[in-house]
Design a protein around this ligand. Structure first.
Ligand code: NAD
Ligand code: IPM
Ligand code: MN
Length: 348
């Protein structure tokens, strides 16, 4: 028997609601053989507004010692001036991803049987987006001058390193080799020529190491077309941080809704704890009303178990989710009811 030393960051809005359900399912799925020791960290916009703390260095050090992090969602009201400038998104969420070197942001997309897609004939939807997690336009290397004047200049700089691109591309190839052997690089090489060239050359250079993998390329604008008209063409998409962010909300939408989309912020080298969270945010519009679908958080817990080497427990969760999704009617259920139904399916 073993113990998972788990950090839990429920966060803001619907974060705590969906995390509660994910934890109940997680405990049940591992069964008696594995104990889960939870340490809850109160962090996020609400915590910041109450205490002034975004994320202390000392908290980072404690977080670094856990086996993994289960994360709900953070972020407050976008119109709240006290939170402007991505204070919490950058200072908390991106800080964790960067500091813990989560260079793979893994976002699987699957249209489960019985789930209605907004696409009239979606075909098979089963792909995974390997989104770079530590570079690109997210690094915050830009700056503004003459702010507020007619001569303001606002720059966002996308940073792409040979090291950073190679490691995530390599991960994408390995994923493709383990799946249906199709890798699509998505970028904008016709405009973002410097970064685009590095990504394209990296893919071309690594491709011979994976002779079984079919390599394709799409500009990101065209990729949005095919995600809607022919999602079956995708197996593994490897892409930069910002393109991956945008494509995965679209991927969530075509596969039955953002409430089903799970993700892992992964450090494949295992130098730091990986962090698992729904793709969605804190959803202030429905927070506190038990309206959020906890499925994305629950499936994120399955990704966590997979990462920590408990594939059977992970499968217990995905099987239970699939069973619940297959039987979902048109009646609206509360967050708690969906969580309870999936928990019951795990226990069956
Ligand atoms: P959002 O994902 O929170 O919400 C977008 C829409 O999807 C809303 O209408 C919401 O009600 C709906 N939705 C989201 N999750 C749902 C669920 N589980 N079930 C049913 N409906 C769901 O995105 P947003 O509105 O752009 O952002 C809100 C806040 O969350 C912002 O502060 C943003 O910065 C933050 N955010 C955080 C994360 C994160 O913590 N990982 C991710 C995205 C956005
Ligand atoms: C996501 C979110 C984050 C991102 C924000 C909140 C920083 O949208 O996890 O998809 O852009 O990565
Ligand atoms: Mn996003």
């Amino acid at each position: 028997s073993s113990t998972i030393d788990l950090a839990v960051i429920p966060g803001d809005g619907i974060g705590p609601e969906v995390t509660t359900e994910a934890l109940a399912v997680l405990h049940s799925a591992v069964g008696g053989g594995v104990a889960i020791a939870e340490t809850h960290y109160s962090l996020g916009a609400e915590h910041y507004l109450e205490t002034g703390e975004i994320l202390h260095d000392e908290t980072m050090e404690r977080l670094a010692r856990h086996d993994a992090i289960l994360f709900g969602a953070v972020g407050g009201d976008p119109r709240d001036a006290r939170l402007a400038g991505g204070l919490i998104e950058r200072g908390l969420l991106l800080r964790l991803r960067f500091a813990f070197d989560h260079y793979v942001n893994l976002r699987p997309t699957r249209l489960f049987p019985g789930v209605t897609s907004p696409l009239s004939s979606p075909g098979e939807v089963d792909f995974v987006v390997v989104r770079e997690g530590t570079e690109g336009p997210y690094v915050g290397n830009g700056g503004s001058i003459r702010v507020g004047t007619p001569h303001e200049i606002a720059n966002e700089v996308s940073v792409n390193t040979a090291f950073g691109v190679e490691r995530v591309v390599r991960f994408g190839f390995a994923q493709a080799a383990a799946r249906s052997c199709r890798l699509t690089l998505v970028h904008k090489t016709n405009v973002l020529v410097n970064a685009g060239s590095l990504w394209q050359r990296t893919v071309d250079r690594i491709a011979p190491e994976f002779p079984g993998v079919n390599v394709d390329y799409l500009h990101v604008d065209a990729a949005t077309i095919f995600l809607v008209t022919d999602p079956a063409r995708f197996d593994v998409i490897v892409t930069d941080n910002l393109f991956g962010d945008i494509l995965t909300d679209l991927a969530g939408a075509i596969s039955g809704g953002i409430g089903l989309a799970a993700s892992g912020n992964i450090n494949p080298d295992r130098a730091f704890p990986s962090m698992f969270e729904p793709v969605h945010g804190s959803a202030p519009d429905i927070a506190g009303q038990q309206k959020a679908d906890p499925t994305a958080a629950i499936l994120s817990a399955a990704l966590l178990l997979e990462h920590l080497g408990h594939p059977e427990a992970a499968t217990r969760i995905t099987t239970a989710v699939a069973a619940d999704l297959a039987g979902r009617g048109s009646e609206r259920r509360s967050t708690r009811e969906v969580g309870a139904a999936i928990l019951a399916a795990v226990e069956r």
